[in-house]
Ligand binder design. Structure first.
Ligand code: CTP
Ligand code: CA
Length: 226
């Protein structure tokens, strides 16, 4: 399916992908999470594997199988994902963060199930680490790609994240259309890079989008190598 000339273009390269949601535990029976299914991240990991890369996939809780040959690391919370990404960041050539990381976590994890009380409950929430921003600060030679899910002012918010998190590229997901994005087998995205790329990838399967994204990324990684 992939164009002949792109076959095994990532041989000898290391690719790190994060996928899925994170789950922030409240007590032994409850958690906070989001609708991410991990499909886009898994599609990217598989595409990289097909291109010959040595792939590490850090994933939150998802219902997906990993193809043989991909190194999979399962995590639950944003803090665990942060640790796994930092542990594997050195020596990577391309790092792609598709994961839908929770922005907040409960300030305290209850050891015992919370019992209901008369009146309302107030749960105190604190910020999770911004994993991608941390990687942007640590970056040496890695080509760093973020994802952004936006419902409005897509390009402006996307560019703002590209700069704030010191990324090489950002893939912007327009989630105002429910046909693509969370849970769907299809996606439709914009690829914007620091080097000036601005490419629209219209609705297609997440596998196809993953292949197209590597075509764009490869154009820029090769330039860096020269
Ligand atoms: N991200 C991350 N760590 C977080 C939050 C987000 O690594 N704690 C990453 C995501 O994996 C994604 C990118 O940052 O690649 C953008 O995520 P998004 O939720 O769109 O951006 P935020 O910076 O969290 O801003 P907001 O949710 O307010 O739009
Ligand atoms: Ca967020």
């Amino acid at each position: 399916r992939m164009k002949q000339r792109e076959k095994k273009m990532l041989t000898g390269k290391k690719v790190l992908v994060s996928a899925g949601p994170t789950k922030e535990i409240i007590d032994p029976v409850r958690f906070l999470s989001n609708h991410s299914t991990g499909k886009m991240g898994f599609a990217l990991a598989e595409a990289a594997h097909q291109l010959g890369a040595e792939v590490t996939l850090v994933t939150g809780p998802v219902q997906l199988e990993t193809v043989e040959g991909i190194k999979r690391i399962d995590v639950v919370s944003a803090e665990e994902m942060n640790k796994a990404m930092l542990d594997h960041f050195a020596g990577q050539d391309i790092v792609i963060k598709t994961a839908a990381v929770a922005d907040y976590m409960p300030k305290k994890q209850y050891q015992h199930k919370l019992k209901k009380q008369p009146g309302d409950l107030q749960l105190e929430m604190v910020r999770t680490p911004d994993i991608l921003k941390g990687l942007g600060e640590k970056k040496t030679t890695q080509y760093l790609v973020g994802f952004a899910a936006e419902t409005r002012e897509i390009e402006r918010y996307g560019r703002e994240k590209l700069e704030r998190k010191q990324l090489d590229a950002i893939v912007i997901n327009d989630i105002s259309s429910m046909e693509t994005g969370f849970g769907s087998d299809d996606n439709a995205v914009h690829f914007i890079s620091k080097q000036g790329a601005n490419v629209t990838l219209p609705q297609a399967s997440k596998q196809r989008i993953a292949e197209q994204l590597f075509t764009e990324i490869l154009k820029e990684v090769e330039l860096n190598d020269r």
